[in-house]
Write a protein that binds this ligand. Sequence first.
Ligand code: 0WD
Length: 256
Amino acid sequence: NFSLEGRTYVIMGVANKRSIAWGIARSLHNAGARLIFTYANERFKKPVEDLVATLEGQNALFYECDVTNDEAVQHTFDQIKQDVGTIHGLAHCIAFADKEDLKGEFVETSRDGYLLAHNISAYSLVAVARAAQPLMTDGGGIITLTYLGGERVVQNYNVMGVAKASLDASMKYLANDLGKHRVRVNAISAGPIRTLSAKGIGDFNSVLKDIEEKAPLRRTVTQEEVGDTAYYLLSDLSRGVTGEVIHVDSGYNILG
Ligand code: 0WD
């Protein structure tokens, strides 16, 4: 029985209905999970609450959590501990880079732009994992979202690709540390999906078109497809899997 009935999961990074995090939320909700949402600042509170209101029978909780602030992260998980006690997993769906750094040449990346991208997109997983692990008293799963641009050069992805490489390595080191607490840490490498964040990437349309023309499945992937793989990774179906990157990308990554 792989229902998530009686389990609680934290979802970080729902910005709107197109967010990959929202696809994950729906898959976990459909499997019976109780959900906790965190958003970067007050501005996202109402939109996220309105979205979640569409999930029938969901008794969700909401917390502000700016992942660039260690105290804020700790405070969020202290509050969650107080309010629900045990959690069974977490989905980290957060990334950010300056738009200027997502076009042209990587060699032009400023020190500040480099640090900003790594701070929000890679270090945040470490900070969040450290704060969340003590709440996973029955063991649990942590997932993050990565992209092919961290494995090889993808035009325009630039500093975000370097941050994803750091995220991927962080995921593996975290998997090694947290395994003894029965916490598994994995990543989903999603194919390109039109979201708010994707708008910042130079010439994103041609990235999508390339998938439609060349990927084995000859189509782009959906938030739901990423969501169902998240369900697998956060449920006992994947109980022997940790430190892994699963590509949900229509097979595009196998092409040379
Ligand atoms: O093609 C794509 N869309 C892909 C996205 C392909 C492969 C991977 N991904 C990754 C992204 O890099 C990211 O890690 O998936 C993750 C989710 O991205 P998304 O669903 O594409 O983007 P979006 O709906 O914009 O959500 C990202 C959210 C932010 O939205 P805003 O509007 O603020 O940029 O990340 C959150 C925020 O909700 N976020 C933060 N959360 C807490 N603290 C922070 C922060 N400081 N900064 C951004």
